[in-house]
Design a binder for this molecule. Sequence first.
Ligand code: BTN
Length: 255
Amino acid sequence: SRYLKTTDFARDYCYYVSLGSTNTIAKQIAESSNAPEGTVIVAEEQTEGKGRMGRQWVSLKNKGIYMSIITRPKIPINRAPQITLMLATVVARFISNHYHVPAKIKWPNDILIHQKKVCGILVEMSSDLDSIHYAILGIGINLNQTAGELNMIENQHYMPTSIRNETDIVVNRRVCFANLLLELERAYQAFIENGFTAFKDLWEEYAYSIGKEITVHTHSSIIQGTLLGITDQGALSLVGKDGETQVIYSGEIVL
Ligand code: BTN
């Protein structure tokens, strides 16, 4: 696209009018070819958009950005969860700055405006014990869905919204896509070079619930406490009623 100013991201890309899931196609491409770092799969519509934990990501035609970026990050496997946090930070800052609405991160991978979900991130990886073969960075953003269209999206997990629904701005999707890709590429490079530490302060600036009482579901328990911030490793730090500080590496905040 003539709007694109990136050097790696989307230099190679596959554009689909309609497909099942950009993440699924991106995985197939990453496995069956030496697709270069930054290859982007983008679709106008997904018929089987995927969310985390087997959930669905409703992807109405011509209304949002549904894309997956193929990367081959040379970072230790224990840093992989930080990729999601870095992406969430970039998207929250992007939406806040470009559309003048308070976009907030709900750890680990949701972006909310006024407590409704505008963006979801799904990073899928292939790795062995010490290295990552590839990581698919899946990003879905609701841009121009109207209130009526959002009402028809049934979801037990969150209330959906779109940038248009919150701001009345009709988003130019091509410009949005090109600008976002440039910010993502810069952030990705900074993250690979300097680690998540470079994003920690920004993450806290855009976090939904710093200083608030939150509930976190982990695979084994439900934890409540006041959110203090995020560690250099990307774990949540909470203080419980008993005054004890706890650090949580994986799970999700529930509203
Ligand atoms: C979530 O909220 O749980 C994550 C949603 C991720 C949606 C994006 S849209 C592009 C990419 N392809 C998919 O099938 N899912 C991600």
